[in-house]
Design a binder for this molecule. Structure first.
Ligand code: ATP
Ligand code: MG
Length: 363
């Protein structure tokens, strides 16, 4: 079976380092690996509207921001189909049929949705669209016959739900849909990158982000203000590395060659951590090291963004082309689904002939 990727992001803001380590960096590697027949990257505007129904302007403005972020990290529109979810209406129809295959209690058990409901204070009045977004996500994935979904850890319950739907569908209607697999980051720090405030997840909704498009000055400010070990008051105090955001970011971004380049006093990250634990290593020195590493990673991304920002018409043109390509593929899957569900009446010659005969014979 050919390998196909579907992945995406909600246009609720610019993309940040969490997206980068959780999914974007991997997408670029996979795109360049040549191991995938097709790669679909979706800007999930319809999903963003499930908790931003009253703020369509936010979603509208952020489509281009997300597209620019994609192009600036190195996603190549020649190799990937970048498209906008709402422009592929087939996805809604699939979701409508999949809704029959999922129970309310199954949706209520989804741990990511539970956390997100709390974060948004939706406990007493959850929009139905938000509650059911895992079903819509299953249609996004299966519409493209995706085998592989590169994503952060928070997406695991969504992929599990998509697999269940595909299995249930195939069980009832015959082998039609592909069961996708999640591709998680292989580095533990990248599974769920914490926010600069030390909170569990860097997230647009929590305003604790370092954005890919932040300037060098903004990056400096964010890192300098980052949560470390609150008990590490003086340089000579022993410090904690676990739960210390600066070290978590080093786990996510630091490579052996960075020491030689920016911090030659230490041979590797383990030695740096050991010194911090013993005491005698100040936060500022570690933060400056992190800034140098992040700046090396982000400077080329920022520069590519500046170039694409001058080509907004081209970006919209490539999105439009991406939507057309995506729609053709989704329409194909939808035709298979309709056939499997026996709701393709006008193509169903057998049904029409059989009924014509039956009624003609007066049965
Ligand atoms: P929102 O707050 O609007 O939900 P978000 O910051 O959670 O936004 P999404 O668009 O929901 O971002 O997530 C897109 C992709 O990025 C998903 O694959 C998700 O797993 C990944 N991702 C988002 N935040 C992180 C993070 N902090 N660490 C690792 N991966 C992340
Ligand atoms: Mg999210």
């Amino acid at each position: 079976m050919s390998k196909i990727i579907l992945t995406g992001d909600r246009p609720t803001g610019r993309l940040h380092l969490g997206h980068y380590v959780g999914s974007l960096r991997r997408r670029v590697e996979l795109q360049n690996s040549g191991a995938f027949e097709k790669i679909f990257i979706m800007i999930a505007d319809a999903q963003a509207l499930t908790d931003n129904a009253d703020n369509p302007e936010k979603v509208r403005q952020n489509i281009i921001e997300v597209a620019l972020d994609y192009l600036s990290v190195g996603i190549d529109p020649e190799k990937c189909t970048i498209f906008i979810q709402s422009q592929v209406p087939e996805l809604c129809e699939l979701a409508f049929y999949y809704m029959n295959l999922v129970t309310v209690s199954r949706l209520q058990r989804n741990p990511t949705v539970k956390t997100e409901i709390q974060m948004r204070n939706f406990e007493t009045s959850i929009p139905v669209g938000f509650f059911t977004y895992p079903i819509s996500q299953a249609s996004d994935i299966t519409a493209f016959r995706a085998t592989t979904v590169p994503a952060g850890e928070d997406q695991q319950p969504m992929i599990e739900q998509a697999r269940e739907i595909a299995r249930r569908f195939n069980g009832i209607y015959g082998e039609t849909l592909v069961e996708p697999e999640i591709l998680l980051p292989d580095n533990a720090a990248c599974l769920r990158l914490p926010g600069t405030d030390g909170k569990a997840k860097m997230s647009k909704s929590l305003c604790n982000c370092i954005y890919l498009s932040d300037s060098a000055e903004e990056l400096h400010q964010h890192v300098m203000g980052m949560y470390t070990d609150p008990d590490h008051l003086r340089v000579q105090d022993p410090g904690k590395v676990e739960g210390n955001t600066v070290f978590t970011y080093l786990d996510a971004f630091c490579r052996p060659e960075h020491f030689e380049k920016y911090l030659p006093d230490y041979p590797n990250l383990d030695e740096l951590k050991a010194h911090y634990r013993r005491g005698g290593l100040g936060d500022v020195k570690v933060k400056k090291f992190l800034i140098a590493i992040l700046e090396e990673e982000l400077a080329p991304i920022r520069a590519r963004r500046k170039e694409w920002e001058q080509r907004i018409h081209d970006v919209y043109a490539l999105l439009k082309k991406g939507c057309e390509t995506a729609q053709a593929v989704a329409a194909d899957t939808l035709a298979d689904v309709r056939r499997a569900m026996k709701i393709n009446y006008f193509e169903d010659k057998e049904l029409i002939e059989e009924q014509a005969r039956k009624f003609a014979e007066g049965k």
